[in-house]
Design a protein. Structure first.
Length: 638
């Protein structure tokens, strides 16, 4: 059974991607995408029922898997080198050559024949990640079908680029599943580099000058991370003589020299997760079609980065390196939350929010206690669902109104009531109790309570998060109620991913006690006693409690009262701002000097004097570079 499930989760998306590329009929391609997404979800459910397991396949279609990956590694790096030459990026070329050198040394300079370990290990962290990739990633792929049709109509393309687009998008899902399921560092690197190449191709999909520029930036930054990762792999093998991830994690705390390669691995993960100062590649990725942004932010790419840090966290728990990693994550959480406050571009807000929440996950991994790792796993789940949903909502709204600026989304409820309501629900699941994101933040802050620097950064970052989310949600729902809700027409493959992810965001939060006891709790229990006790839907520890199910009961009661109040509501004229009697007869303008009418305008306050990118970015990047240097210094002190 396990071999069949592994084939569906890893190999099937590669084959389906080839089908998407080869078949030019859009209807058949749509069937392939929907069917593949459905099969991935079914395979995940069956894998969940199977539980933790190990698996070591030897061949694929009669050819040795290790040999396939060894050849494919060199082919991938050669392709990255080609793109560096094609787009005249010296950085990409040099970094590709360095990685080719490392790969050649590893393959031909070292006797790398220790292959006795399990190459695929399915544990609870793996199950969490596979669930995110298949469910959220599958929903995004389905939503992309009608989105890309409308996108190409808007661009007036004569020749469709959808075959290549869906080839890369579906391939991404298989690569991510392989990355989180493997227990072999050489396999891990192979899937890691596939995600780097896929992100480059997707960001540059529209082939505009700005798209190409940002795609190349993403390629060189992630190639820098690839160099760091390959350096760590070579170091691990020279010291321990194995690619076995589980064995490396177990041996590292007892080996002082292992902190440097772990620091290199974390550095590589930071580039992938767009932690400061590497955030610019993910911000630049916003030029890509919205399904690309959704995929990169929720279920692939950046999640690969935080997965790597969380996976290896037990290796640097209670070390100077672990504390340095926590500082990098907490600083990223605070700094990018502040940068998000100064933005009006919806996709930029989502991008900074993603980087911020990934920083929170990294901080939890650096703290490394069972409670902190439990928080990291829960935040990974809830962030993936809500953020994927928010990106799809923004893309749907943008195609309707022609803008991604939240000022232009003011009152969008009047014309797009379903999408607007789903957007607001998604925002609520990000910031309010009793939803899962706030549960994860509560756990994170509890875990950091003993360190003043960390607790200050996490508390301030959480406060700033409220500012940009509430501002956005309020604007979306600000249209005066006219007594009749408009009917919103949407394609089925647009509507159902939105509804499905919205329902998932709510239902998974309700199920968080069972998610914890079934997956998260057992995963962290190996490090010690379970950090939280659950009784009647209430998370508790000696420091406090988070009442999930009782709070949901209160929410339901409040919702019923709100429905009753809405039924009794009366239609009243919209209230205009008070202008001291100096307005025109209609109240739409202010009477200024020389009796000139000045039209009333309203908008959100972005506090750009404090939180503007030009003001903050230089200081944020400088601080981040200093923290990265500190990370390597502290790693060497262990």
């Amino acid at each position: 059974m396990l071999d069949t499930l592994a084939f569906i989760l890893i190999v099937l998306p590669f084959l389906a991607a080839l089908g998407c590329f080869a078949i030019r009929a859009s209807a058949i391609r749509s069937v392939i995408i929907v069917a593949t997404s459905a099969l991935l979800v079914v395979a995940f459910i069956m894998l969940l029922l199977e539980g933790p397991a190990t698996y070591t396949p030897e061949t694929l279609f009669g050819v040795g898997i290790r040999e396939i990956i060894q050849v494919a590694d060199f082919a991938l790096l050669a392709l990255i080198f080609y793109f560096g030459v094609r787009y005249k990026s010296a950085l990409v070329v040099v970094l590709a050559i360095v990685q080719l050198g490392f790969a050649s040394y590893l393959e031909f300079g070292l006797s790398t024949h220790e292959y006795g370990h399990s190459t695929f290990v399915i544990d609870n962290l793996t199950l969490v990640m596979v669930g995110i990739i298949t469910v959220v990633g599958g929903a995004i792929a389905i939503h992309a079908v009608p989105y890309m049709k409308a996108h190409e109509e808007h661009l007036h393309l004569e020749t469709s680029r959808q075959p290549r687009f869906f080839f890369v998008l579906v391939l991404f899902l298989g690569a991510m599943n392989g990355l989180v399921m493997t227990n072999d560092l050489s396999y891990f690197y192979f899937f890691w580099e596939i995600t780097t190449l896929c992100s480059f191709l997707l960001i540059g999909h529209d082939q505009t000058e700005i798209a190409t520029k940002n795609a190349v930036r993403a390629l060189w930054m992630n190639s820098l991370g690839g160099v760091a990762l390959m350096g760590a792999i070579v170091w691990f093998y020279k010291e321990l003589g194995t690619f076995d991830i589980a064995a490396i994690i177990k041996a590292s705390p007892d080996t002082a020299m292992m902190m440097i390669p772990l620091a290199l691995l974390c550095f590589g993960a930071f580039t992938k997760a767009a932690q400061v100062p590497f955030q610019s590649w993910l911000l630049g990725a916003m030029v890509a079609p919205t399904p690309v942004s959704a995929m990169l932010h929720s279920s692939t790419m950046v999640k690969a980065g935080v997965y790597a840090v969380v996976r290896f966290a037990p290796a640097f728990t209670d070390t100077y390196l672990g504390y340095a990693v926590a500082l990098v994550g907490a600083f990223t959480f605070l700094a990018t939350a502040a940068l998000a406050v100064g933005q009006s571009n919806g996709k930029k807000i989502l991008a900074y929010s993603t980087i911020s929440n990934l920083g929170l996950i990294v901080a939890c991994a650096g703290i490394g206690t069972p409670a902190a790792l439990a928080a990291a796993m829960l935040i990974i789940v809830f962030h993936a669902i809500s953020k994927g949903l928010l990106f799809l909502c923004v893309g749907t709204i943008e195609q309707k109104i022609g803008s991604r600026d939240i000022e232009d989304m003011r009152g969008v409820y009047a014309g797009m009531p379903v999408t607007a309501l789903i957007t607001v629900i998604a925002v609520i699941t990000m910031i309010l109790p009793p939803f899962g994101m706030l549960l994860g933040k509560w756990m994170a802050i509890e875990s950091a309570a003993s360190d003043l620097a960390l607790i200050i950064m996490l508390a301030l970052g959480s406060a700033l998060t409220i500012v940009y989310w509430v501002r956005w949600a309020g604007g979306v729902m600000s249209a005066p109620f006219g007594g009749k809700i408009a009917t919103e027409e949407q394609a089925t493959l647009t509507r159902w991913p939105l509804v499905g992810l919205c329902a998932s965001a709510v239902l998974v939060s309700i199920a968080s006690p069972w998610l914890y006891t079934g997956l998260v709790g057992p995963a962290v229990a190996a490090m010690g006693a379970s950090p939280f006790e659950i009784s009647q839907g209430v998370f508790g520890n000696p420091a406090g409690a988070f009442a999930v199910l009782p709070l949901f009961a209160v929410v339901v009661i409040g919702f019923l009262f709100a429905l009753k109040a809405m039924g009794n509501a009366k239609v009243t004229p919209a209230a205009m701002p008070y202008m001291g009697g100096l307005q025109n007869e209609s109240g739409s303008a202010y009477i200024g000097p020389m009796n000139k009418e000045v039209p009333i305008t309203s908008g959100h306050y972005y506090m750009t004097a404090l939180f503007g990118e030009e003001k903050l970015s230089r200081w944020v990047n400088g601080g981040a570079v200093a923290l990265l240097a500190l990370m390597f210094v502290m790693g060497g002190m262990q």
